[in-house]
Ligand binder design. Structure first.
Ligand code: NAP
Length: 322
C-alpha cells in the first residue's frame, strides 16, 4: 500500500510517499481502505517533533509513528474471523488517535476501536472531517453546556472551532466566534451571532462576559479571560501549560469560575465509538456540517502539511486516496 511516511522530524519536505506492506486483519481486526483523512495541527506538530515535551509521544530522537494521520473515512476491505460489528463493503469513519497511521491507503483497527458507520449524508472527506470529537467533549462533557448560556469560541474558524460553533448553537447557546476578518462570514454562517476579529480587537476587553470561553486556539489564558467570564463561568483550553494545571486544580476546589484543560485523543475507545455514533446522527440531521477548505491527493501530502503550517485554514484540510 502507499503511505505518507517521515523518518526524521522537520519541514513538510521530510514527507515522502512509500510502499508499505498492506496489513492483514486477524482476530477482531478490521482492514479499512482509507478514502480520505484529515491533515491537522497535531500531524504538523508530530512531523516537527514539537513541542519538546510531546516527544514522549511523538518519539524522542526520531518519529515513533512514521505514518501520520488520525481522523479518516473509508470502506471495510477485509475483516478478521472474530469480527461481528462490520462486514466487507461497509462505509466507516473513525480515528486512530493517539497512534496515527491514517495517511495511508489502508488502516488496521480492532473492531472495538474508535470506528463507526459513516454518516450517509456526507462524502468520505466530509466524514473524516467530522470524526474528531474534540469540540463535543469540551462543550458537552467539560463545560456541560446548556440552553440559554453564552459561549465564546476563540479560534472559531479552524477545524475544532467550526464544530464548536455548530455544537454550541445546537445546545441552545448564544455563540460569539473569534477569528480573523476573512473568516468571519464562515463563522457567522455556522451559527455565531457575533464575531470578534482577533487582529483588531481583544475580546477580553470588550466589557462583555460569557458563561463559557472555549480557547480552541489557546491564544489567551485563564488569567486574561477571568474578567470576560460570568461569575460562575468556565474557561476551557486545548493546550497544556504548568499554569493551567495549577488553575484547574485550584478552581476545582475554590472559587466559582473554573479553568479546564483536556486531551480528547486519550479517551477510551468505547467513549470515542459512542461519540462517533452521536456525531453521525448530528451529521445526518444536518446539525453538523463538515467544513473543508482543501483536498489534496496523497502524492501532494507535503502541500497539505504546508497549508496547515501556514495557519488560518478554514475548517479542515484533507488528503484523499481515491
Ligand atoms: N487538547 C486536545 O484534546 C486537542 C484536540 C484537538 C486539537 N487540539 C489543539 O487545538 C488547537 C486548534 O486546533 P485546530 O485544528 O482547530 O486548529 P486550526 O484549524 O489551525 O484553527 C486555528 C484557529 O485559531 C484561530 N487563531 C489563530 N490565531 C489566533 C489568535 N491570535 N487569537 C484567536 N484565534 C486565533 C484561527 O483563526 P484565523 O485563521 O481566522 O486567524 C483558527 O480559527 C491546536 O493547537 C491543536 O493542537 C487539542
Amino acid at each position: 500500500m502507499k503511505a505518507a511516511v517521515h523518518h526524521r522530524f522537520g519541514t513538510p519536505d521530510v514527507l515522502t510517499v512509500a510502499d508499505l506492506p498492506t496489513p492483514v486483519p486477524r482476530g477482531d481486526e478490521v482492514l479499512v481502505r482509507v478514502r480520505a483523512a484529515v491533515v491537522g495541527v497535531v500531524d504538523s506538530l508530530a512531523r516537527r517533533g514539537s513541542p519538546a515535551y510531546a516527544r514522549t509521544a511523538f518519539g524522542l530522537l526520531r518519529p515513533r509513528n512514521p505514518v501520520l494521520g488520525n481522523d479518516f473515512a473509508g470502506r471495510v476491505e477485509a475483516v478478521g474471523p472474530d469480527v461481528t460489528r462490520f462486514a466487507v463493503g461497509d462505509d466507516v469513519f473513525g480515528t486512530t488517535a493517539p497512534r496515527f497511521g491514517a495517511h495511508a491507503e489502508y488502516v488496521l483497527l480492532s473492531e472495538q476501536a474508535a470506528l463507526a458507520s459513516k454518516p450517509s449524508t456526507v462524502d468520505y472527506a466530509g466524514a473524516a472531517a467530522l470524526a474528531d470529537a474534540t469540540a463535543l467533549v469540551f462543550l458537552r462533557d467539560k463545560a456541560k453546556l446548556h440552553s440559554g448560556q453564552t459561549v465564546l469560541v476563540n479560534g472559531a474558524s479552524g477545524a475544532v472551532g467550526v464544530a464548536a460553533v455548530q455544537l454550541a448553537k445546537h445546545y441552545g447557546a448564544t455563540v460569539t466566534g473569534v477569528c480573523s476578518g476573512p473568516n468571519a462570514e464562515l463563522v457567522r454562517k455556522l451559527g455565531a451571532q457575533s464575531v470578534v476579529d482577533h487582529t483588531t480587537e481583544d475580546f477580553t476587553r470588550t466589557g462583555r462576559t460569557w458563561d463559557v470561553i472555549f480557547d480552541v486556539a489557546a491564544a489567551s489564558s485563564f488569567r486574561r479571560c477571568r474578567r470576560a467570564l460570568s461569575p460562575t463561568g468556565t474557561y476551557l483550553t486545548t493546550a497544556p501549560s504548568p499554569a493551567i494545571f495549577v488553575q484547574m486544580a485550584w478552581t476545582r476546589r475554590f472559587g466559582a469560575r473554573r479553568a479546564i484543560v483536556a486531551f480528547t485523543g486519550l479517551r477510551s475507545a468505547g467513549d470515542k465509538r459512542h461519540d462517533l455514533g452521536y456525531l453521525k446522527e448530528l451529521a445526518e440531521a444536518a446539525t453538523l456540517v463538515p467544513v473543508i477548505e482543501a483536498r489534496y491527493p496523497l502524492p501532494r501530502i507535503a502541500d497539505a502539511h504546508r497549508r496547515v503550517d501556514a495557519g488560518h485554514k478554514q475548517g479542515n484540510v484533507v488528503v484523499t486516496m481515491d
